[in-house]
Write a new protein. Sequence first.
Length: 259
Amino acid sequence: MARIIQITDLHVLQDPQALLKGVDVRYFLERVVEQLREQESACDALVITGDHTHDELEASYCYLRDLFAPWSDRLFQVPGNHDERRILRSVFSARIDGHHDELIQFHFETSGWFCLGLDTHDPGRVSGILTEQQVAAARRHADNSAAERIAVFCHHPPVLLESEWMDAIGLAGAEHLRSWCESDPRLQLVCCGHVHHESEHTCGHATILTTPSTGVQFSPLGAVPNFIPGQPGYRVLELTEQGYRTTVTRIDEVATPVL
Ligand SMILES: [Fe+2]
């Protein structure tokens, strides 16, 4: 059994005192990390599915590199819309290969699962993008693996969430990932961030999951971004040769936005 932790949408700012929508994002992230240190120090992988920072500044990424040092040998990352590939890559150069603005993706195998990170960052946009070639390359990669199950990690969810405002900042090219979900019974999990709340949908053979932010929480209701009080958290995935189990775990404190 492999135990994978997914955290997402950290939105850290360079200034340690700065607030985001009235929420002290560093404070809540540090409470999440404290809980991870107590409960998940032995996890097999820690996956960050994007929006590492809110300001995309080097100092913000350096703060995160230090914070996640206990998992530095098991850290896997993809960028979100609030990320800068060059800086993310240079600060985490021990974990991220490639050059400059190339896609930041990852893959590893564990307990019969091929785990794959897809980069959906579209520079200058809140929405994301996946190209047909990118998904085809990922699929070829997975086909070369003997793993019987596939889990994809990416920032933007590839399905509509029945939310007027969230669906407006969705994923161009999502149909390429959806058609993979529909045609390949091995692809059973897609774990995403971006929408700062917990949800579960089905697409073909796959369950599409979204995970709460470590800071500011969103509601899917309404036509414009909807910030709500909520407990920051993360997702625990237990991957086995037979399937998977997953839960969202939250800290005890509520992050209350001030608008
Ligand atoms: Fe975000």
